[in-house]
Design a protein around this ligand. Sequence first.
Ligand SMILES: Cc1ncc(COP(=O)(O)O)c(C=O)c1O
Length: 512
Amino acid sequence: MVKQAGGALLLSIHIEHGSPRPVSTQLHVALRDLILSGGFAPGQRLPASRTLARELAVSRTTVIEAFDRLTAEGLIESRVGAGTYVARALEAPRPMMPTSTAQGPAARPPRLSRATERSLELFGQRRRLPAIARAFTTALPAFDAFPMAQWGRLSAKHWRRARNEIMGYGEPFGHPPLRRAIAAHLRANRGISCDAEQIFIVSGAQQAFSLTATLLLNPGDRVWFENPGAIGARNSLIAAGAELVPVPVDAQGLCVEDGLAHSPDFLLAFVTPSHQQPLGVVMSLERRFALLHAAAQAGAWIIEDDYDGEFTFGGTPLPTLKSIDTTGRVIYVGTFSKSLFPSLRLGYLLVPPSLVDTVKALMSQLLQGVPTVVQAVVAEFIDEGHFSAHLRRMRRIYAERHDTLCAAAGQRLAGLLEVVPSHSGLHTTARFLAGQSEAAVMEAARLRELTVSPIARFWLTPPPGGGHSGLVLGFGAIRPPDIERGVEVLGQVLEALGPPPVGARPTSRQWP
Ligand SMILES: Cc1ncc(COP(=O)(O)O)c(C=O)c1O
């Protein structure tokens, strides 16, 4: 039996035999924690290695290995013929980790910057973005239709390139072939006349929003923001200290007149004109011109987030805002999260010529770019025509999934929920027909393994009367049979819940 004062502490050491962590590492870490937490006082003698080995049912060699590592770290010292002791150096005053159970003054929360304190208070609620799709997950593309074999071949090819070409720091503004490929793609497919020099590769649209906010905003600057609107972009702007001005969205998109009435002195406007997030409205040409005019008058910038604008499946798509921008005020943000897949973490900024040098200066000081091989693979994927072919195929697939959702909902959810048809994108909205509560439906659906997002999550401030009440439903990542099954389960959920009591029903405003 271990006799020393620390015997009880030593016996608290639990060695997991059969764990992939070597036993000597487990023992070293456990002893180290005991010493650093003050469980063993400086100068206190440790049990002999033979005794410890017996008590813990480990070999003596294992104990000696752990002791050797602690000696090398200066935490214990051996005196020949006298045993092993906790180092006296630990007598020097040193801070202890506060614990919730510690005696004395209660552990204080860490001191944060005022900017972070403010952001944490104002951030919109963003749940963890999904990794795996189920009915009706939003934000994910159709993994099942991705050309994996082709992608694998291209990746293998680029990993075989000369090490000097792929292993060093890359260009902070982006791999030149990818910047050229994106510029060519935007010219051919999004009607945007631009030069590769204006394209900056970043780690997803989210980073583009943060970078733009750092570039342009001072704390307190007023930013028009679609209400309801995109949560990630909202949070980036809040973190930059922006004063967000909620601007309503109607059937034509952002209500520019409303923005002007409340805040003519805006410095930036954030919009999703191709497919409003979350309502799915396409901004009319008239509104696009009105917004460009308002920005030019105010000397303001516009962020156009074209996150899923490649996927139109009904009618002729309207030109991007950037393509009709004659004022040089539009900063266009693109992402490969929907057109390829989100774990790539690849997006880009297309900035007006007047901002090119400043963005270069900022990026070369703050960022070191995105992995070169990933960019090289995407560049070749675009240059070889695989990207365009993939987009064409995905448009058909998304159209089919969208139609499946609308048809199934039309049959099964009549009188309960009306799915609003969309002309593009990977998700749409659905309005409650019986005044149900978004939160109750979301929770009941979750218990049946369905994901539905309440529209409430996207409000900056809900309008008086509560605004439209309903759900955001993703269809892009879900196969048609799973969409049909999901609609059936959603019907059961809504029927089981029934309508809420009359007094608790939200007043329904006009939907766009
Ligand atoms: C409105 C909007 N913009 C952009 C993105 C893509 O962001 P990222 O490129 O950082 O993945 C999303 C993702 O869901 C989104 O909802």
